[in-house]
Each structure stands twice: as C-alpha cells, then as structure tokens.
Design a protein around this ligand. Structure first.
Ligand SMILES: *Cc1c(COP(=O)(O)O)cnc(C)c1O
Length: 429
C-alpha cells in the first residue's frame, strides 16, 4: 500500500480530506483509501499492483463491468470527433429515443450531468407544476447534495427535519418534511395536516443509501394514491434502481407510475450523466417550453450520450439480469446459511444483483432506525479483512454492493468463502 499511501498524503494537502467525494476517504471503515489505476470486467488494480474483485462498481454505474469494450469503443469513436459543442447533437436525440422506448411511462426526458442535478430539477419541476412548496422525503434515502435534500429526521416532533450539513438554512429545511421509510401511517397523518401544501413526495423505491432496504410495495402504492388524491407529485428517485433490475425503470417492475422519475449512474455507463423524465404535461413546464428554468453547458454532450446508448443497448440485447441476480443470491445464501447455523448477529440481504452485509441481529430491516442498530466497528474490520483478501467492498456499512455482468460465479463464491473465514476469526476473538 506504499504508493497509495503516498498519493493520499499528497492529496490531503491540496484536496479537502484528500478526496473529491467524502465516502472515498474510508473514514467510516477507518482505513486509508487505495488508488485505482485500472479496471477490466470485475477486477480493479491499485497503484501498488494489487488486484481486487470489485463489488463497488463506482457505486452503481458499471453494470457491465469495467471498461466494457462496446462502451469504450463508443466513447473513443465519439471523442475523436469532438467532446462537446454546447449545441444540439444527433446522439442526444438517439439517447432520448432509446431511453423513452425502454421507460414507456415517460413521454420526455432531459439529460443533465449527475443524479444530484436530476433530483434538483425534479423538485423544481414539481413545485412549478403544482404551485406548492412542501417536500416529503424519507430518513435514510439519499437524493444527492442539493441544500433542500440535505436534511434528516430530527428527534421529537414527527415532521421535524434537521439539516445534515452546515450551510443549509433554516428556511430551506422548513420546507422539507422527513419521515420514516416504509411507514405509511405517518405519511397519511402528514398529508392530513398539510393537505394542500405538499408539492412532492420523493422516495428511493428500493433504498440503497442505508444499505439495501426495499420499499414495501404497499407503502409505495399508498404514496401513489395519497399524492394523486392531493394533487402532489410522486417522484421516484431511480438514480440507483433505474436499469439495475431490468432494462428499464424499477417502477415498471412493480406497476406503479410515478409522476416524475430521476435517473443517473447506469444510464451514463460511467460518464457523468443524470436524467429527469415524466409525462408530457409535466415535462412541458421546463424551459424553453415552460417557465421552470433548467440548463447545462455540458448536458447531453455526445460522449455521455454515446456511453449511455452503448450501455442501454447492451442491457436490452443481452439481458444480464438473471445472471447478476443469481450471483448475488449465491453470495447471500452462503453467508446467511453460515450466520444462521452459528447464530451470528449478521445477515446478507440481496435483491437482483445488489446486496449489503448487515452487522446486526435485527432483521428484516425496514427503515433507518433499524439500520442504525448495525455494528459499524465490525463492519470496518470486515471491510479491511476483505480488502486484504482481494475483495473491494463499498467502504461503508450504509451502502450497497454491486455485481456486474462481468462477475463470475466462482469469484462470488470465493468472496463468500472469505466472508465465512472472517466470521471464524471474529468468533474466536
Ligand atoms: C447517487 C445517488 C444520487 C446522486 O447522484 P450523483 O450523480 O452522485 O449526484 C441521487 N439519488 C440516489 C438515489 C443516488 O443513489
């Protein structure tokens, strides 16, 4: 780890915390980050020459694995003709047509450069469309780092949000109500109280930012009917779930149509991309058609569109989803069989090709309060052990791990074996 260590020392002098996004600093697993020089398929290599099977996948975008040949070729071919024009280009049209083909409940889509941007736009759109101000979000869901969504549940009063960052004003958080995930009774009470003031409910339909906590279908269906009855928008934040479980939106799998959907991660195939999508009536509110302003110098640039098109086409044509689901199931079943037999306070939850190993005896986990029972010290030891053994897991208890199309059953089974060996070491301590 010598060269990684040196790079981190240099980085800390000129980049805050040494990183361009906080979780990369490994602070929640009490280690030093490794510096990655390359990736191919399921594997990454660090600057010291160590190889790892990667279960982080850049936090979701790399559903095809690292440096997928078709995505790389599309990017290179396009780049040779110019990176960005700040003007219309054919590939953005092709991308939008392909996207709307695969997500039939939306009529129109606008490309942006990140999930954060997509969500910011969705919120503004919902407020512009409804003429209302209040937003309901759920504790433990993450929707990017815009001011209005950097709030979490306060203690005490049901609807008391607190800022989860300094620099977010009281005025901003006073317009956002934070409720427990999967608790429809509380949402119903809030709708009664603030009847005609709620612009939108925003939710991750499968929460991935407190570890894997799927939304109950009944909960999501009730959000649909409550928002419809009160003239509020339902926003599904599909930045993780979009194209993760099939070649389309997660909402299609559960048969619930949100008013607005946000995407990111996978749809850019590794390039910086986000998208906001909805029916025609709502999307027509956006400038230049309507009065809700939104813009972007690099939005819809040809490189991002090319990477997105190549990724979505591969997902549609080769359907890697059963393979990925099988891999995550193999991993989870091995881990759970062992943990149950020995009554260990740990379990692995998987859905499709994503999973989280939760270090808690509580299960199943429904919301952030449940997830907070996890032993993050144990997780840190687990993370360090797996890294040592050549497996790169997402460096936080409260995150997802991802398998890609490129992972193999033997890689995943070997990773599970290493987890069991970690359990043995912990138990004998
Ligand atoms: C990652 C994520 C975002 C933010 O996307 P960025 O591209 O990091 O800005 C928003 N919502 C969800 C659900 C996410 O997982």
């Amino acid at each position: 780890m010598k060269l990684s260590h040196e790079l981190f020392s240099r980085a800390k002098k000129i980049i805050p915390g040494g990183v361009n996004s906080p979780v990369r600093a490994f602070s929640s697993v009490k280690g030093d980050p490794i510096y990655i020089t390359g990736g191919k398929g399921s594997k990454i290599t660090d600057v010291d020459g160590n190889k790892y099977i990667d279960f982080c996948g850049s936090w979701g975008p790399l559903v095809l694995g690292h440096a997928d040949p078709e995505v790389v070729q599309a990017v290179c071919k396009t780049a040779a003709r110019g990176l960005t024009f700040g003007a219309c280009c054919p590939l953005e049209v092709e991308f939008a047509e392909l996207f709307c083909d695969l997500v039939p409940h939306v009529d129109m889509v606008r490309m942006v450069n990140s999930g954060t941007e997509a969500v910011m736009t969705a919120i503004r759109l919902a407020r512009g469309f409804t003429g209302k101000n209040l937003i309901i979000k759920f504790d433990g869901c993450y929707h990017g780092h815009s001011d209005q969504l950097l709030v979490s549940a306060g203690s005490g009063l049901l609807t008391n949000s607190i800022a989860s960052s300094k620099g977010v004003t009281d005025a901003t958080i006073s317009e956002v109500l934070t409720l427990p995930y999967n608790d429809i009774e509380k949402v119903t009470r809030v709708f009664k109280k603030y009847k005609n003031k709620i612009a939108a409910v925003i939710v991750e339909p499968v929460a991935g930012n407190m570890g894997l906590v799927p939304g109950d279908r009944e909960f999501l269906a009730s959000l649909r009917s409550l928002t419809r009855e009160s003239g509020s928008c339902l926003i599904f934040d599909e930045v993780i779930t979009g194209f993760r479980f099939h070649a389309g939106a997660y909402s299609q799998l559960i048969g619930i149509n949100p008013d607005i959907s946000t995407f990111g991660k996978i749809i850019g195939g590794g390039m910086p991309v986000g998208a906001v999508a909805a029916g025609r009536e709502i999307m027509q509110q956006l400038a230049p058609l309507g009065d809700v302003y939104q813009a972007g110098t690099l939005s819809g640039n040809p490189i991002a569109a090319a990477a997105g098109i190549a990724t979505l086409n591969t997902l549609r044509n080769s359907n890697p989803y059963p393979h990925m689901e099988w891999l995550a199931t193999v991993f989870a079943e091995k881990v759970n069989a062992y943990a149950e037999e020995d009554n260990l306070p740990v379990h692995c939850r998987s859905y499709g090709g994503v999973f989280t190993v939760f270090f808690t005896a509580r299960k199943p986990l429904h919301n952030m309060d449940d997830v907070k029972t996890c032993d993050t010290g144990k997780f840190a030891a687990f993370h360090a052990y797996m890294l040592e053994r050549g497996y790169y897991f997402s460096p936080s208890q409260f995150e997802l791990n991802f398998v890609s199309m490129a992972h193999t059953e033997s890689e995943v089974a070997a990773a599970a074996e290493a987890v069991l060996e970690f359990f043995d070491i912990v138990r004998s301590e």
